[in-house]
Design a protein around this ligand. Structure first.
Ligand SMILES: Nc1nc2c(c(=O)[nH]1)N[C@H]1C(S)=C(S)[C@@H](COP(=O)(O)OP(=O)(O)OC[C@H]3O[C@@H](n4cnc5c(N)ncnc54)[C@H](O)[C@@H]3O)O[C@H]1N2
Ligand code: MOO
Length: 609
């Protein structure tokens, strides 16, 4: 039985396995120079016995390490070595060791040892040695190198153990045809199978897909002035009434002339100056140039601009420096090169934020037709929930969920109706929900969706709507109620304040984006939160079978990579864990935790929070 291994590098890893005495090291000592000769850059990882040392007693590095340095890096101008003291009860993790390899410096990693890992391997077998085969119980063997007297299965590539050139051919072919496996995004809804309820619960992706299948985008629209459009969604394509830029103009402060004059080496005479917002009404003749400013229209006869710092000019004569570097048409912005007249400048379904509003303004548009903002009604339940600003009753807590939900809904361009805290009483809940369903497109509550006795909400919802009570395989945010009251979408989010936020981001956000008429534009702007890989700066705990959403802090480290750590205590009632975070760390259902140094996905808060 081999243990799971996934290659963390973007270069191939190939193992060599054999019983001791088969001649593994002898072969590698011949194979390495052969591959070097063919230009293959190699790294080798070798599993050694527990008490090996590469240093020599008496050397400074040895003494400093023995004095207690956990890591010792010794370097000269030809070699450096990092020694790490890491006493473990088990074999070191090959994934961790591989991450120490500088993968831009090598083409393939050869691994000796680690024979129980499920990494692709060449088996070395010498029949005269009398040892059993390895490939009969290890499906990761990709080839067998043996002698003439050995019989091998047809499906295995057979190599000659005594023919180093042939084994080198195989390694090279393996390296050249290897492709990095696709990254396994933990809960990408696009990869999810058909949703199904039941004891097993739903995956996050199944939940999202199930919800999206119930959402029909709003059809009604309104025309609003430019200043009212922020965060709204276009209901129809915005067609450009003009070319952008409107006229062909200079991208530099400098001199404009005909490129043909450069090629013929003519002396150029400066005949005019063209400023932005002005023009030169004559045609620039051969042998003439104009001094021109950034944004100024290019006069007739000019097709090329040279920046001022690459020119020498006196009152009227221009000398172009480095004329051989000049390219025809350089530093000229053509009319319509960004957007042509009658082109679709912004497509229907685009959410209008800073860049889009600037673009509309640049076309001269002072209004646009947008989808009506979804109306979202929000309420809280629970006898213990009190209104902020009022004295806190004994054994009660202040209502925070209504405020997190309202803020997130507004950030998604929704109009919010606050229904307050509805007392735990069947009639009050029934009236409030029925009333809300008449005016709102979406109703969102928090609390009362789990198994507590005083949760009237379930009884009421069962009477007045078609609501499913799901268990999502995630933490926090396991219970979730989703359905419809008349035509209004209903979300019953779990009561715990962090669970509310996580469930909103994963499930309500995609629904509100789709409802608002927003388009995903071929996954360019997915309705669900984006996944970005980061390196875990600490061990992160999780359990297989559920997606864990930890609150995290990411930063770009000096290695140029995104790194992330958790905010610490992760109770689903601790809103401070959200306040201190700038992302969620998402550990997929398949992962039993993430070890320090491994890659994990994050969802930055940039979108909604
Ligand atoms: N026996 C079980 N108990 C619980 C389960 C379970 O599966 N079996 N699931 C737990 C999980 S996970 C969650 S999450 C909660 C969800 O329960 P409810 O949605 O029914 O929520 P409540 O019980 O009403 O409240 C939970 C928690 O949240 C606080 N809360 C409620 N509303 C607000 C609000 N507006 N603002 C701030 N805090 C609020 C409430 O006081 C509770 O502390 O159930 C677990 N139990
Ligand atoms: O879903 Mo609950 O949020 O795990 O606390």
């Amino acid at each position: 039985m081999s243990s799971v291994f996934s290659n963390p590098l973007s270069i191939p890893v190939l193992g060599f396995c054999a019983y001791s005495g088969t001649g593994k090291t002898t072969l590698l000592k011949q194979l390495i120079p052969e591959l070097n000769r063919r230009g293959v850059r190699l790294a080798v990882i070798k599993h050694a016995h527990h008490n090996f040392d590469v240093d020599i007693p008496g050397k400074d590095s040895y003494e400093m390490r023995k004095a207690g340095a956990k890591q010792m890096l010794v370097a000269s101008h030809i070699r450096w070595a990092l020694m790490t003291e890491e006493p473990l009860d088990t074999d070191p993790s090959l994934q961790h060791l591989l991450k120490q390899i500088e993968q831009d410096k090598v083409d393939i990693v050869l691994v000796e040892g680690f024979k129980k890992l499920a990494l692709p391997k060449i088996e070395l077998h010498r029949a005269s040695h009398g040892k059993p085969f390895i490939h009969t119980h290890d499906e990761n063997i990709v080839a067998i190198a043996c002698c003439d007297d050995t019989t091998t299965p047809d499906e295995l590539t057979r190599l000659d153990l005594n023919n180093v050139g042939q084994i080198a051919d195989f390694v090279m072919q393996y390296q050249q045809s290897w492709q990095a496996p696709e990254v396994n995004i933990p809960v990408n809804p696009a990869l999810a199978s058909t949703p199904q309820s039941g004891e097993q619960g739903l995956s996050v992706a199944q939940g999202i897909n199930h919800i999206l299948s119930q959402v029909t985008p709003l059809k009604s629209s309104e025309t609003l002035a430019l200043d009212e459009l922020d965060n709204r969604v276009l209901a129809s394509d915005s067609i450009s009434p003009v070319n952008v830029p409107q006229q062909t103009n200079s991208a530099m402060d400098g001199y404009g002339f005909a490129y043909s004059d450069v090629a013929s080496g003519k002396t150029l005479t400066v005949v005019a100056e063209v400023l932005a917002g002005h023009g030169y009404e004559h045609t620039v003749q051969s042998g003439e140039a104009v001094r021109i400013m950034t944004g100024a229209p290019i006069p007739a006869g000019v097709d090329t601009v040279q920046p001022r710092e690459l020119c020498e000019a006196d009152a009227d004569t221009l000398t172009l420096l480095e004329p051989e570097q000049i390219k025809s048409g350089q530093h000229v912005r053509l009319a319509g090169e960004d957007i042509g007249i009658n082109d679709v400048a912004l497509a229907k379904g685009t959410r209008l934020t800073a860049a889009e509003l600037g673009l509309l303004a640049s076309l001269g548009c002072n209004q646009a037709e947008v989808v009506n903002a979804p109306v979202v009604a929000v309420f809280s339940t629970g006898d213990e929930v009190s209104q902020p600003g009022e004295p806190l009753k004994p054994n009660c807590i202040y209502d925070s969920n209504r405020y997190t939900i309202k803020s997130m809904a507004r950030k998604l361009g929704c109009k919010v109706v606050d229904l307050g805290i509805i007392e735990d009483n069947e009639q009050a809940l029934t009236d409030a929900l029925q009333q809300a369903s008449l005016t709102a497109d979406v109703v969102i509550s928090s609390g009362g969706v789990s198994v507590g006795n005083a949760d009237y909400i379930k009884t009421v919802l069962a009477k007045i709507g078609h609501i499913n009570f799901w268990r999502i395989n995630m933490r926090p945010g396991r219970p979730l109620a989703v359905g419809k009251i008349n035509d209004t979408l209903f979300f019953g989010l779990p009561g715990n304040p962090v669970a509310v936020m996580v469930s909103f981001l994963q499930f309500v956000q995609p629904a509100l984006r789709k409802l608002s008429g927003e388009q995903e534009f071929a996954d360019n702007r997915p309705w669900h939160p984006q996944y970005i890989p980061a390196i875990a700066d600490e061990n992160l705990r999780s359990k297989t079978g559920r997606t864990e959403f930890l609150r995290g802090i990411y930063h770009l480290d000096t290695d140029g990579k995104m790194h992330v750590k958790s905010t610490g205590a992760q109770g689903s009632g601790m809103l401070s864990s959200m306040v201190n975070a700038n992302c969620l760390i998402v550990i997929g259902e398949q992962d039993d935790g993430i070890a320090k140094g491994e890659s994990v996905f994050i969802q930055p808060f940039a979108d909604v929070l």
